[in-house]
Design a protein around this ligand. Structure first.
Ligand SMILES: [Zn+2]
Length: 382
């Protein structure tokens, strides 16, 4: 069994007999909630606009900081290899030379956008045709598995064959309060034959509200934790080298620390910054930073690992001058296991966590706890 097969395991017959997901209910000819919904176009907005979801009792601030909202784009797939349709090849993203004038860049950008739209439409047609002629759950039906329904907008994205599930921005506490629904959704999709991890070309992008970063320096530290620990960040994301071109570390604005600081200041001050949209962090959209690195998943604990990873990095990097080494971050995370259980379980599994914590116990601060509570007090102003 391969590693990825363990990540997205098809249910056994015994599981299928008792599974409570809508797909399994339908397969057992029981009443179920599956119906044909709409796969919206890529540029669609949710009805009534974006709503920032938070748990009951959550204000706008926590510990003096603005709340973090995470909006997800979860891509799903049914590739040709797995019995899905043959998709047309995506037009390559243009190369922008440093010497290019703004107008020149705009022209190339526009031409690329036009060809991308043509390609996206042809993907959609191919996909439609496929569902019509194959007796599988259609993309339209798959949309009805997205729960809580009001939190998700299923969209079409040419780069993947399944729907892309775009969520409303929501706090960690809100996401945590919906674990049962998210489990039903992910199980339903997986048991219907869709994938997100397997095939390695789906992402689980996490959009972060820019104003959760208190300053350019905060965003700079967040970006630096990723950029300076590239091998670690890639392992955390579960991507392989082959899909990293969707989320470049070598983006012009991010590689050099001086440029990165200017990029972070611009993003926080203006709400956005011009840059390559396929960078590991993309500030090209207004008021949100898109973190493109996490690989797609239909596995519940990995889904929450990705959210907790983002939340933990945002919290950790708000302390000015905090150590931006991966080991220091993981040590800190491990001392916050109650808050970040899925993140810590992943670190246990992939990074020999005991060694990390042992290192922390003999650090200058004396203990993980002292180190941690000091950082927390500083960060939250308590
Ligand atoms: Zn099921």
């Amino acid at each position: 069994m391969t590693w990825s097969a363990r990540e997205e395991r098809q249910p056994s017959k015994i599981v299928k007999r008792t599974c409570g997901c809508e797909t399994c209910k339908r397969d057992r000819n029981e009443p179920n909630a599956i119906h044909e919904g709409t796969v919206h176009s890529y540029s669609a907005l949710p009805e009534g606009g974006w709503k920032f979801l938070r748990a009951p009792g959550e204000g706008s601030y926590m510990g003096g900081s603005r709340l973090l909202f995470m909006g997800i784009e979860l891509e799903t797939d049914l590739s040709e290899r797995r019995g899905g349709p043959r998709m047309p090849v995506e037009p390559p993203y243009p190369h922008f030379a440093d010497s290019m004038l703004y107008e020149e860049r705009q022209q190339i950008s526009q031409a690329y956008d036009d060809s991308w739209l043509v390609w996206d439409r042809s993907c959609r047609d191919a996909y439609r045709e496929y569902w019509k002629t194959h007796n599988r759950m259609s993309a339209e039906e798959a949309t009805s598995l997205a729960v809580p329904a009001k939190a998700w907008l299923p969209k079409h994205d040419g780069s993947v064959s399944g729907p892309e599930f775009v969520s409303q921005p929501a706090t960690m506490a809100w996401w945590n309060s919906k674990q049962d629904e998210i489990k039903m959704m992910l199980d339903g999709l997986l048991h219907a034959g869709l994938h997100s991890h397997q095939g390695d070309h789906c992402g689980m992008h996490v959009n972060i509200n820019t104003n959760t970063f208190e300053s350019g320096k905060h965003l700079f530290q967040f970006a630096t934790l990723l950029i300076d620990n590239r091998a670690w960040a890639t392992k955390m994301s579960q991507r392989t080298q082959s899909s990293l071109h969707w989320c470049e570390f070598d983006e012009y604005n991010l590689t050099n620390p001086m440029r990165r600081l200017r990029w972070a200041d611009r993003a926080v001050d203006d709400g956005w910054a011009e840059q390559d949209r396929y960078a590991v962090l993309n500030a090209n959209n207004t008021d949100r930073i898109e973190f493109r690195l996490p690989r797609g998943t239909l596995r519940l604990d990995r889904f929450y690992k990705n959210l907790e990873w983002v939340a933990a990095m945002v919290e950790y990097t708000q302390t000015r001058g905090v150590e931006l080494r991966a080991s220091a971050f993981m040590r800190w995370a491990m001392s916050n296991r109650v808050q970040y259980p899925n993140l810590c379980a992943f670190i246990d599994e992939k990074f020999a966590a005991k060694a990390i914590v042992k290192g922390a116990a003999i650090s200058a601060a004396g203990s993980v706890f002292a180190e941690m509570s000091g950082a927390f007090a500083f960060a939250t102003g308590r």
